[in-house]
Design a protein around this ligand. Structure first.
Ligand code: SAM
Length: 280
């Protein structure tokens, strides 16, 4: 295996620091530094960028990001057992790695970062989708990040890039494609991880658009598509009943037949409906 830095192989790091994988933290580690460097390269040109990494674990992707030239990596890790291993990386890359121990859903990482900022992470599925939705739905746009390069279960990655009319089209596709360009850039088999998960994984790269494709309020759009796809087999007039008694009128005003199902409705039409919902 080619050397990307002067640090020991990750299997030695894991042994030395006794980092047995914890299921409760969704720990499936990447040990191949060629692979983690390849993922880091998918994040774009890192030189001159701060990178927010969520869930560095023993630091495989962290080392890839630093070796690929990130100006600074801010790594947020929940598991305190990983801190000594991350401290060794910090020593090898002076002043370029800052580690915060905590829950990425709670920590305010932004105060430690200077634009331009990219985000890269290999996270447990539930934390990853929750963070993705948060990163896609701030009130103001453009967001703090230029790009997000995130590992997901392949099934979730496919939902992010899904086209209208397909089974995987839903809230994630709409929110991702509304304000970003989303692509699957790598697929990884279970054996790429230790321990191997049951499912295949994929890396999604999202680039923030300068402006959303269509005007809408993020919170309202998120609520509308959430309700619409919560009962995706129902006609929209039934699925969206929770949004108010005049939903049929609002659907018509947005140009959507009330008998349509969510799967058939375009991003443009959902944004029109969100604008209708914003009216008094
Ligand atoms: N990035 C490493 C790699 O690729 O080998 C580790 C990936 S492992 C799938 C996920 C990592 O996220 C673990 O180190 C885990 O402890 C950490 N993690 C889980 N939940 C977290 C949370 N809420 N906030 C921060 N880190 C979390």
């Amino acid at each position: 295996m080619a050397q990307i830095d002067g640090l020991p192989p990750l299997s030695d790091v894991i042994r030395k620091h006794e980092l047995s994988a914890k299921k409760s933290l969704g720990q499936n580690f990447l040990l191949d530094l060629n692979l983690t460097s390849k993922i880091a390269r998918q994040a774009g040109d890192l030189t001159g960028c701060d990178v927010l990494e969520v869930g560095p674990g023993p630091g495989g992707l962290t080392r890839g990001l630093l070796a690929e030239g990130a100006r600074k990596v801010l790594a947020v890790e929940m598991d305190p057992r990983c801190l000594p291993a991350l401290a060794e990386i910090s020593d090898a890359y002076p002043n370029r790695l800052q580690v915060i121990q905590g829950d990425a859903l709670q920590v305010n990482a932004l105060e430690h970062l200077t634009p331009p900022i990219r985000v890269a992470a290999n996270l447990p599925y539930n934390v990853g989708t929750e963070l993705l939705v948060r990163w896609l739905t701030p009130k103001e746009w453009p967001p703090f990040w230029q790009s997000l390069t995130l590992m997901f279960q392949r099934e979730v990655a496919e939902r992010i890039v899904a086209a209208p009319g397909t089974k995987k089209y839903g809230r994630l596709a709409l929110l991702a494609q509304w304000r970003a360009e989303a692509r699957i850039v790598m697929e990884l088999p279970p054996e790429a991880f230790v321990p191997a998960p049951k499912v295949h994984s994929a890396v999604v790269h999202l680039t923030a658009l300068e402006k959303p494709r269509f005007e809408a309020d993020a919170a309202i759009l998120s609520r509308v598509v959430g309700a619409a796809f919560n009962q995706r087999r129902k006609m929209l007039r039934a699925a969206l009943k929770v949004m108010g008694p005049d939903i049929e009128d609002r659907l018509r005003a947005a140009g959507i037949p009330p008998t349509e199902r969510a799967e058939q409705v375009s991003l443009e039409a959902f944004c029109a409906l969100a604008r209708e919902m914003a009216r008094d």
